[in-house]
Design a binder for this molecule. Structure first.
Ligand code: HEC
Ligand SMILES: [Cu+2]
Length: 308
Protein backbone atom coordinates (compact mmCIF):
# COMPACT_ATOMS: atom_id res chain seq x y z
CA UNK A 1 0.00 0.00 0.00
CA UNK A 2 1.23 3.49 -0.83
CA UNK A 3 0.50 6.42 1.45
CA UNK A 4 -2.44 8.35 0.06
CA UNK A 5 -1.93 11.61 1.82
CA UNK A 6 -1.33 14.04 -1.01
CA UNK A 7 -3.69 16.79 0.14
CA UNK A 8 -0.79 18.43 1.94
CA UNK A 9 2.17 16.65 0.43
CA UNK A 10 3.65 20.03 -0.37
CA UNK A 11 6.43 20.87 2.01
CA UNK A 12 7.83 23.82 0.18
CA UNK A 13 9.97 26.45 1.86
CA UNK A 14 9.27 28.96 -0.91
CA UNK A 15 5.55 28.76 -0.04
CA UNK A 16 6.26 31.21 2.79
CA UNK A 17 3.83 31.25 5.72
CA UNK A 18 6.05 32.35 8.58
CA UNK A 19 8.25 35.28 9.51
CA UNK A 20 11.52 33.31 9.79
CA UNK A 21 10.87 31.43 6.55
CA UNK A 22 10.31 34.74 4.73
CA UNK A 23 13.53 36.30 6.04
CA UNK A 24 15.52 33.17 5.21
CA UNK A 25 14.11 32.92 1.72
CA UNK A 26 14.98 36.56 1.01
CA UNK A 27 18.59 36.01 2.21
CA UNK A 28 18.85 32.82 0.16
CA UNK A 29 17.71 34.63 -2.99
CA UNK A 30 20.23 37.47 -2.50
CA UNK A 31 23.05 35.00 -1.91
CA UNK A 32 22.07 32.93 -4.93
CA UNK A 33 21.83 35.99 -7.17
CA UNK A 34 25.27 37.13 -5.93
CA UNK A 35 26.79 33.71 -6.55
CA UNK A 36 25.38 33.61 -10.07
CA UNK A 37 26.66 37.13 -10.87
CA UNK A 38 30.15 36.30 -9.59
CA UNK A 39 30.22 33.03 -11.50
CA UNK A 40 29.35 34.82 -14.73
CA UNK A 41 31.96 37.54 -14.09
CA UNK A 42 34.66 34.94 -13.43
CA UNK A 43 33.79 33.05 -16.62
CA UNK A 44 33.99 36.28 -18.64
CA UNK A 45 37.43 36.98 -17.13
CA UNK A 46 38.57 33.43 -17.94
CA UNK A 47 37.58 33.92 -21.57
CA UNK A 48 39.37 37.31 -21.70
CA UNK A 49 42.48 35.75 -20.16
CA UNK A 50 42.45 32.94 -22.73
CA UNK A 51 42.30 35.48 -25.49
CA UNK A 52 45.36 37.14 -24.02
CA UNK A 53 43.62 40.39 -23.21
CA UNK A 54 43.13 41.93 -19.78
CA UNK A 55 46.39 43.86 -19.27
CA UNK A 56 47.31 45.23 -15.80
CA UNK A 57 47.62 41.92 -13.88
CA UNK A 58 48.40 43.45 -10.50
CA UNK A 59 45.18 45.41 -10.59
CA UNK A 60 43.18 42.25 -11.23
CA UNK A 61 44.88 40.39 -8.39
CA UNK A 62 44.44 43.17 -5.84
CA UNK A 63 40.95 44.11 -7.03
CA UNK A 64 39.51 40.70 -7.86
CA UNK A 65 41.47 38.63 -5.34
CA UNK A 66 41.39 40.86 -2.25
CA UNK A 67 39.17 43.94 -2.41
CA UNK A 68 36.17 42.35 -4.09
CA UNK A 69 35.94 39.24 -1.83
CA UNK A 70 36.46 41.32 1.31
CA UNK A 71 33.67 43.72 0.34
CA UNK A 72 31.29 40.92 -0.67
CA UNK A 73 31.98 38.82 2.44
CA UNK A 74 31.57 41.83 4.72
CA UNK A 75 28.23 42.70 3.10
CA UNK A 76 26.95 39.13 3.37
CA UNK A 77 28.13 38.94 6.97
CA UNK A 78 26.24 42.09 7.92
CA UNK A 79 23.13 40.99 6.01
CA UNK A 80 23.02 37.53 7.53
CA UNK A 81 23.68 38.86 11.03
CA UNK A 82 20.64 41.11 10.71
CA UNK A 83 18.52 38.25 9.43
CA UNK A 84 19.74 35.91 12.18
CA UNK A 85 18.99 38.51 14.85
CA UNK A 86 15.52 39.24 13.61
CA UNK A 87 14.73 35.53 13.31
CA UNK A 88 16.16 34.53 16.69
CA UNK A 89 14.77 37.41 18.78
CA UNK A 90 12.36 35.73 21.23
CA UNK A 91 9.95 38.66 20.98
CA UNK A 92 8.18 37.93 24.30
CA UNK A 93 6.02 35.12 22.95
CA UNK A 94 2.28 35.22 23.61
CA UNK A 95 1.95 31.44 23.63
CA UNK A 96 3.97 28.37 24.57
CA UNK A 97 3.60 24.96 22.96
CA UNK A 98 5.64 21.95 23.99
CA UNK A 99 6.31 19.35 21.29
CA UNK A 100 8.01 16.06 22.13
CA UNK A 101 9.33 13.82 19.38
CA UNK A 102 8.84 10.07 19.82
CA UNK A 103 9.53 7.22 17.42
CA UNK A 104 7.60 8.00 15.15
CA UNK A 105 5.07 10.65 16.15
CA UNK A 106 4.69 14.00 17.98
CA UNK A 107 3.24 14.66 21.42
CA UNK A 108 1.88 18.21 21.69
CA UNK A 109 1.02 20.15 24.86
CA UNK A 110 -0.42 23.68 24.63
CA UNK A 111 0.29 26.05 27.51
CA UNK A 112 2.41 23.43 29.33
CA UNK A 113 2.80 25.46 32.51
CA UNK A 114 -0.84 26.46 32.70
CA UNK A 115 -3.76 24.49 31.36
CA UNK A 116 -1.50 21.76 29.86
CA UNK A 117 -3.85 20.89 27.00
CA UNK A 118 -2.83 17.65 25.28
CA UNK A 119 -2.98 16.64 21.65
CA UNK A 120 -0.77 14.90 19.10
CA UNK A 121 0.49 14.94 15.52
CA UNK A 122 -0.87 18.39 14.73
CA UNK A 123 0.49 21.78 15.81
CA UNK A 124 -2.05 24.60 15.71
CA UNK A 125 -0.64 28.14 15.59
CA UNK A 126 -2.33 31.54 15.93
CA UNK A 127 -1.87 33.83 12.92
CA UNK A 128 0.55 36.70 13.46
CA UNK A 129 1.33 35.99 17.14
CA UNK A 130 4.78 34.81 18.27
CA UNK A 131 4.73 31.30 19.71
CA UNK A 132 7.54 29.74 21.67
CA UNK A 133 7.80 26.08 20.71
CA UNK A 134 9.68 24.03 23.34
CA UNK A 135 11.21 21.03 21.68
CA UNK A 136 11.95 17.81 23.53
CA UNK A 137 12.61 14.19 22.71
CA UNK A 138 11.50 11.05 24.49
CA UNK A 139 14.03 8.74 22.88
CA UNK A 140 16.51 9.63 20.11
CA UNK A 141 17.33 12.89 18.31
CA UNK A 142 14.52 14.20 16.10
CA UNK A 143 14.22 17.53 14.35
CA UNK A 144 11.16 19.76 14.13
CA UNK A 145 10.72 21.36 10.72
CA UNK A 146 7.82 23.15 9.04
CA UNK A 147 9.58 24.52 5.92
CA UNK A 148 6.99 27.20 5.03
CA UNK A 149 7.05 28.63 8.57
CA UNK A 150 10.57 28.49 10.02
CA UNK A 151 13.94 26.79 10.00
CA UNK A 152 14.48 23.41 11.61
CA UNK A 153 15.53 22.77 15.19
CA UNK A 154 16.76 19.54 16.77
CA UNK A 155 14.89 17.76 19.56
CA UNK A 156 17.52 16.28 21.85
CA UNK A 157 16.87 13.83 24.73
CA UNK A 158 17.40 15.54 28.10
CA UNK A 159 17.37 19.06 26.64
CA UNK A 160 14.80 21.68 25.80
CA UNK A 161 15.44 23.67 22.62
CA UNK A 162 13.22 26.61 21.88
CA UNK A 163 12.12 27.88 18.52
CA UNK A 164 10.05 31.05 18.30
CA UNK A 165 7.79 31.17 15.28
CA UNK A 166 5.29 33.65 13.94
CA UNK A 167 2.94 32.33 11.29
CA UNK A 168 2.05 34.91 8.66
CA UNK A 169 -0.55 33.07 6.59
CA UNK A 170 -3.55 30.92 7.42
CA UNK A 171 -3.63 27.37 6.15
CA UNK A 172 -2.34 23.85 6.58
CA UNK A 173 1.35 23.20 6.15
CA UNK A 174 3.31 20.00 6.31
CA UNK A 175 6.01 19.49 8.89
CA UNK A 176 8.52 16.68 8.85
CA UNK A 177 11.08 15.14 11.19
CA UNK A 178 14.40 16.28 9.73
CA UNK A 179 16.85 14.10 11.63
CA UNK A 180 17.21 10.37 10.95
CA UNK A 181 15.60 8.72 13.97
CA UNK A 182 15.06 5.11 12.92
CA UNK A 183 13.64 3.14 10.03
CA UNK A 184 10.31 4.95 9.93
CA UNK A 185 11.90 8.39 10.19
CA UNK A 186 10.54 9.52 6.78
CA UNK A 187 7.05 8.55 7.99
CA UNK A 188 7.25 10.94 10.94
CA UNK A 189 5.42 14.02 9.68
CA UNK A 190 2.68 16.27 11.02
CA UNK A 191 0.49 19.18 10.06
CA UNK A 192 0.91 22.75 11.21
CA UNK A 193 -2.47 24.47 11.12
CA UNK A 194 -2.53 28.27 11.20
CA UNK A 195 -5.78 29.78 12.51
CA UNK A 196 -6.88 33.38 13.20
CA UNK A 197 -6.24 34.19 16.90
CA UNK A 198 -9.92 33.98 17.93
CA UNK A 199 -10.27 30.54 16.31
CA UNK A 200 -7.03 29.51 18.01
CA UNK A 201 -8.47 30.48 21.40
CA UNK A 202 -11.63 28.58 20.60
CA UNK A 203 -9.53 25.56 19.61
CA UNK A 204 -7.74 25.66 22.99
CA UNK A 205 -11.01 26.06 24.88
CA UNK A 206 -12.32 23.04 23.00
CA UNK A 207 -9.24 20.97 23.94
CA UNK A 208 -9.90 21.83 27.57
CA UNK A 209 -12.82 19.46 27.94
CA UNK A 210 -13.64 15.76 27.96
CA UNK A 211 -14.08 13.76 24.78
CA UNK A 212 -17.53 13.89 23.17
CA UNK A 213 -19.97 11.36 24.60
CA UNK A 214 -20.77 8.29 22.55
CA UNK A 215 -24.24 8.89 21.10
CA UNK A 216 -25.35 6.01 18.90
CA UNK A 217 -25.44 2.38 20.14
CA UNK A 218 -22.59 1.62 17.73
CA UNK A 219 -20.44 4.41 19.18
CA UNK A 220 -21.19 3.19 22.70
CA UNK A 221 -20.10 -0.29 21.71
CA UNK A 222 -16.93 1.20 20.17
CA UNK A 223 -16.10 2.97 23.43
CA UNK A 224 -16.46 -0.36 25.23
CA UNK A 225 -14.21 -2.13 22.74
CA UNK A 226 -11.63 0.62 23.25
CA UNK A 227 -11.59 -0.02 26.98
CA UNK A 228 -11.74 -3.82 26.85
CA UNK A 229 -9.10 -4.26 24.11
CA UNK A 230 -6.23 -2.65 25.94
CA UNK A 231 -6.12 0.59 23.89
CA UNK A 232 -6.47 2.41 27.22
CA UNK A 233 -3.07 1.08 28.30
CA UNK A 234 -1.35 3.35 25.76
CA UNK A 235 -3.78 6.05 24.65
CA UNK A 236 -5.27 9.01 26.45
CA UNK A 237 -8.85 10.08 25.76
CA UNK A 238 -9.74 12.90 28.11
CA UNK A 239 -12.37 11.70 30.59
CA UNK A 240 -11.74 8.02 29.78
CA UNK A 241 -8.08 7.11 30.07
CA UNK A 242 -4.82 8.82 30.84
CA UNK A 243 -2.05 6.68 29.29
CA UNK A 244 0.74 8.55 27.51
CA UNK A 245 2.55 5.84 25.54
CA UNK A 246 0.80 6.54 22.23
CA UNK A 247 -0.79 9.68 20.73
CA UNK A 248 -3.68 11.41 22.52
CA UNK A 249 -6.93 10.38 20.81
CA UNK A 250 -9.34 12.85 22.46
CA UNK A 251 -9.95 14.57 19.08
CA UNK A 252 -8.61 11.94 16.69
CA UNK A 253 -11.70 12.27 14.47
CA UNK A 254 -10.90 15.94 13.86
CA UNK A 255 -7.38 15.37 12.58
CA UNK A 256 -6.88 15.45 8.82
CA UNK A 257 -4.11 12.88 8.94
CA UNK A 258 -3.61 9.51 10.53
CA UNK A 259 -0.33 8.05 11.72
CA UNK A 260 1.67 11.29 12.05
CA UNK A 261 0.96 12.90 8.70
CA UNK A 262 1.10 9.63 6.80
CA UNK A 263 -2.45 8.72 5.78
CA UNK A 264 -5.59 10.62 5.02
CA UNK A 265 -8.02 10.28 7.92
CA UNK A 266 -10.96 8.21 6.72
CA UNK A 267 -12.93 5.17 7.83
CA UNK A 268 -11.02 2.68 5.72
CA UNK A 269 -7.59 3.90 6.78
CA UNK A 270 -8.58 4.04 10.43
CA UNK A 271 -9.88 0.46 10.34
CA UNK A 272 -6.78 -0.63 8.43
CA UNK A 273 -4.57 1.08 10.99
CA UNK A 274 -6.14 -0.74 13.95
CA UNK A 275 -6.27 -4.16 12.27
CA UNK A 276 -2.91 -4.01 10.45
CA UNK A 277 -0.74 -1.26 11.80
CA UNK A 278 2.39 -3.15 10.67
CA UNK A 279 1.32 -2.73 7.04
CA UNK A 280 0.16 0.84 7.50
CA UNK A 281 3.29 2.11 9.24
CA UNK A 282 6.23 -0.25 9.69
CA UNK A 283 7.97 0.36 12.99
CA UNK A 284 4.95 1.90 14.74
CA UNK A 285 5.08 0.90 18.39
CA UNK A 286 1.50 -0.31 18.48
CA UNK A 287 0.24 -3.92 18.16
CA UNK A 288 -2.07 -4.90 15.27
CA UNK A 289 -5.57 -5.86 16.35
CA UNK A 290 -6.39 -8.30 13.55
CA UNK A 291 -8.32 -10.51 15.99
CA UNK A 292 -11.15 -7.98 16.50
CA UNK A 293 -14.47 -9.10 14.97
CA UNK A 294 -15.81 -7.08 12.02
CA UNK A 295 -18.64 -5.49 14.05
CA UNK A 296 -16.29 -4.63 16.93
CA UNK A 297 -13.77 -3.04 14.57
CA UNK A 298 -16.50 -1.02 12.81
CA UNK A 299 -17.90 0.13 16.16
CA UNK A 300 -14.45 1.13 17.40
CA UNK A 301 -13.79 3.12 14.21
CA UNK A 302 -17.21 4.80 14.37
CA UNK A 303 -16.51 5.88 17.94
CA UNK A 304 -13.00 7.18 17.14
CA UNK A 305 -14.42 9.16 14.20
CA UNK A 306 -16.98 10.74 16.54
CA UNK A 307 -14.17 12.11 18.72
CA UNK A 308 -13.82 15.56 17.18
C1 HEC B 1 1.41 -0.66 23.22
C2 HEC B 1 0.78 0.63 23.15
C3 HEC B 1 -0.43 0.77 22.24
C4 HEC B 1 -1.62 0.09 22.27
C5 HEC B 1 -2.03 -1.06 23.18
C6 HEC B 1 -2.46 0.70 21.26
N1 HEC B 1 -1.78 1.71 20.62
FE1 HEC B 1 -2.50 2.92 19.19
N2 HEC B 1 -0.69 3.78 18.99
C7 HEC B 1 0.43 3.52 19.76
C8 HEC B 1 1.54 4.27 19.29
C9 HEC B 1 2.94 4.29 19.86
C10 HEC B 1 1.07 5.01 18.17
C11 HEC B 1 1.89 5.96 17.27
C12 HEC B 1 2.50 5.17 16.14
C13 HEC B 1 3.25 6.02 15.15
O1 HEC B 1 2.63 6.87 14.50
O2 HEC B 1 4.47 5.82 15.01
C14 HEC B 1 -0.32 4.68 18.02
C15 HEC B 1 -1.16 5.27 17.08
C16 HEC B 1 -2.55 5.09 17.04
C17 HEC B 1 -3.45 5.84 16.20
C18 HEC B 1 -3.06 6.96 15.24
C19 HEC B 1 -3.02 8.25 15.99
C20 HEC B 1 -2.78 9.46 15.15
O3 HEC B 1 -2.67 10.55 15.69
O4 HEC B 1 -2.70 9.35 13.93
C21 HEC B 1 -4.70 5.36 16.44
C22 HEC B 1 -6.00 5.82 15.81
C23 HEC B 1 -4.58 4.33 17.44
N3 HEC B 1 -3.25 4.20 17.78
C24 HEC B 1 -5.65 3.59 17.95
C25 HEC B 1 -5.50 2.52 18.82
C26 HEC B 1 -6.59 1.67 19.22
C27 HEC B 1 -8.04 1.83 18.76
C28 HEC B 1 -6.06 0.72 20.04
C29 HEC B 1 -6.76 -0.46 20.68
C30 HEC B 1 -7.51 -1.32 19.77
C31 HEC B 1 -4.63 1.01 20.19
N4 HEC B 1 -4.34 2.11 19.43
C32 HEC B 1 -3.76 0.30 21.00
C33 HEC B 1 0.45 2.66 20.85
C34 HEC B 1 -0.54 1.78 21.20
CU1 LIG C 1 12.21 11.60 14.05
Amino acid sequence: MEPTLDTFAVQDMSNVAGFAAGETLWLTLIMTAGAVAIFIAVMVLVVLAWRGRGGGRTWWIIGGGIVFPVVVMALLFVLSTFVLRSVAAPAAPDHVIEVTGKQFWWNVVYDPEGRALRDANEVVLPLGEPVEIRLKSADVIHSFWVPPIAGKMDMIPGRVNTLTVTATREGRFRGQCAEFCGLSHPLMAFEAVVLPPDEYDAFLADLDREAHDAVTPQERRGAEVFQSSGCVACHRVQGISDARIGPDLTRIGARAALGAGMWEMNTGNLAGWIANVDDMKPGAEMPSYNHLSGPDLRALVAWLESLT
